[in-house]
Design a binder for this molecule. Sequence first.
Ligand SMILES: O=P(O)(O)OC[C@H]1O[C@H](O)[C@H](O)[C@@H](O)[C@@H]1O
Length: 296
Amino acid sequence: MTIQETESQIVLTHPDNKNTTVTILKYGATVISWKLNGIEQLWLSDAAKLDGSRPVRGGIPLVFPVFGKNQNDELVKDLPQHGLARNSTWEFLGQVKSNPLTVQFGLNETIANPEMTALWKEKFNLILTVELGSDYLKTAIEVENSSNERDLKFNWLFHTYLKVPDIEDTMVSNLTGMKCFDSLIKESFVDKHPVVNFTKETDVIYQNIDPERVIQVVNQGKPIHTVKRINLPDTVVWNPWIEKSAGMADFEPKNGYLDMLCVEPGHVHEFVKLAPGEKWQATQILSKDALNYQAI
Ligand SMILES: O=P(O)(O)OC[C@H]1O[C@H](O)[C@H](O)[C@@H](O)[C@@H]1O
């Protein structure tokens, strides 16, 4: 069976390799596991809630229509941190391709979490496409403004929790020279470091990254994750480190920050704006490519 559906989740198994799988919860259309040849690539907290009681701590939560908590914007200020997509149950739309195995999920204002749509009364249609390749996982989003009258403005972000062997031996490449905003010190600057490394809590939004820059996560000189972006100009790099992990009830084990790194491609530093009827598409592709330093 290449597609198994239960009440709460979908498991895709690669037709040529039963050890390559992706599991997607209907809640949040959250990818909670991606195994390549039997090896898990994503980090999922041992205390993650998978029962729809709160957004999943780990995997690939989807952030829409607001990144973080935006108090300054009239339209989104009442929404909780990271919006409504990650805490709504999406509809499974079924298989759209058998090779590569591809499925879709949908969300609009009529089925989204009513507690959230009471706070943000826009009309929208989201289609998430998940494609399981033999050596990659592609997640693509289409946002449609389904209103006849109003513009739709939103942020989008794939909040990808990558599994890493040891954060202290891990770095992120190909962000050199990019403008960024450090959310901890609340300052913008151009990152001149040859690579990003981790010795403390890190929460940085890289903005308008050259589209051809391919972000790689490198551990002890070996590339362990490649994150490709289509139409996603920004990327957040986040590791909560010791104190922040301790403060998150659903973050377990408490030293789990050593094994994870969030690299989150998105469109967050400005809103995407769509006129009535317009559509916007963007894609994240995770793979394990050869090392390619594009900038040092
Ligand atoms: O705890 P959450 O709402 O899931 O947010 C988790 C994290 O998401 C992003 O990476 C933000 O940049 C962080 O500031 C935030 O702490």
